[in-house]
Design a protein around this ligand. Structure first.
Ligand code: MG
Length: 315
């Protein structure tokens, strides 16, 4: 079914970048191990569907995430110098060493806005995580890589409850000041709501971090989870604040292995459907993407949690 032609509200961005995380954030949460060929086909199909950036895997220690133990093998089979970047996560200098050996062009580090999650996800503390990432970021920049930073638990933490805006802004600025080109603000457990999104983006704006899109200088991306059904409403709130990069996971795969209540990344298809309706350009072939997610759902043996995938396919 096609949507009626729409006229974009001039208050919304003309175009957004969808940062696809399904192959990493999605598959790292699978209980079973997925074969290398299936992962490779997934990444290639996502690329073929027009996703402009496809996070491929993570160079964390295989003991932490055995699902991605084949990271180097996967990266070796990707075209790292084509038009689509394939970022990989690196938790520490050892991970960066492996990523450099593999020849990647983009890496991402992942920090926590809260103390408890820094301990659980990074085996660190809130403060020491920055000391851990500093040499990772500086060495990556020296090697000519682009570095993205994720910040988790920006809206709430399952152990600590509410997370203060200024805590998120302080942590986020430290990551940007290290030299990350972009900061992805994660609602890891999906508890955020639209006015909270606005308040957080306003707080970044007051601290001098632009969220506006008109000059292309925005360094903030949003990473919403649909745990409480708020991901699209939150996306819309962020669009109205000028954010132009959104993380999403094909078919809604994934969550977070170290936070039990974190389920359901925003499905890329759900995001694309809304952007189409708003008249915002994104460059993604929705039909091809939904078919890819239906195929992956078959590989995983369960239906996609994405409403749009279910509506568009019979998987
Ligand atoms: Mg996620």
């Amino acid at each position: 079914m096609a949507l009626p032609a729409v006229h974009r509200d001039p208050a919304l961005p003309e175009r957004v970048t969808i940062y696809e995380v399904g192959a990493r954030d999605g598959l790292q949460n699978e209980k079973g191990v997925i074969g290398l060929d299936t992962k490779l086909e997934f990444v290639q199909r996502l690329t073929g569907a027009g996703l402009p950036i496809v996070e491929a895997t993570s160079f964390v220690h295989p003991r932490w995430v055995p699902q991605l133990a084949d990271a180097a093998d996967l990266v070796a089979r990707l075209d790292l110098h084509g038009t689509t970047p394939y970022p990989v996560l690196v938790p520490n200098e050892r991970g960066l060493d492996r990523a450099l050996e593999a020849g990647v062009t983009h890496v991402a580090v992942f920090a926590s806005a809260t103390e408890t999650f820094a301990e659980k996800n990074l085996n660190s503390t809130y403060e020491t995580q920055f000391a851990m990432f500093e040499p990772v970021v500086s060495r990556a920049l020296e090697a000519g890589l682009k570095v993205r930073a994720y910040l988790s638990m920006c809206f709430g933490d399952p152990w600590e409850g509410e997370v203060a805006l200024d805590r998120v802004v302080t942590a986020g600025k430290r990551l940007l000041d290290m030299g990350a080109y972009e900061l992805s603000l994660g609602d890891t457990i999906g508890v955020g709501t639209a006015h909270h999104v606005e308040a957080l983006l306003d707080a970044f704006g007051e601290a001098g971090v632009s969220t506006g899109s008109s000059d292309g200088s925005s360094r903030l991306a949003m990473h919403f989870h649909d745990t409480y059904g708020q991901a699209l409403a939150n996306t819309y709130a962020a669009l109205r604040k000028g954010v132009t990069t959104f993380d999403a996971s094909a078919g809604g795969l994934g969550g977070c292995p170290y936070a039990k209540s974190a389920t359901g990344n925003l499905a890329t298809e759900d995001l694309v459907w809304m952007l189409d309706g708003l008249g915002i350009a994104h460059g993604v072939d929705l039909a091809g993407l939904a078919q890819t997610s239906a195929w992956m759902a078959q590989q995983l043996g369960r239906p996609s949690p994405s409403a749009v995938v279910r509506a568009l396919t019979t998987a």
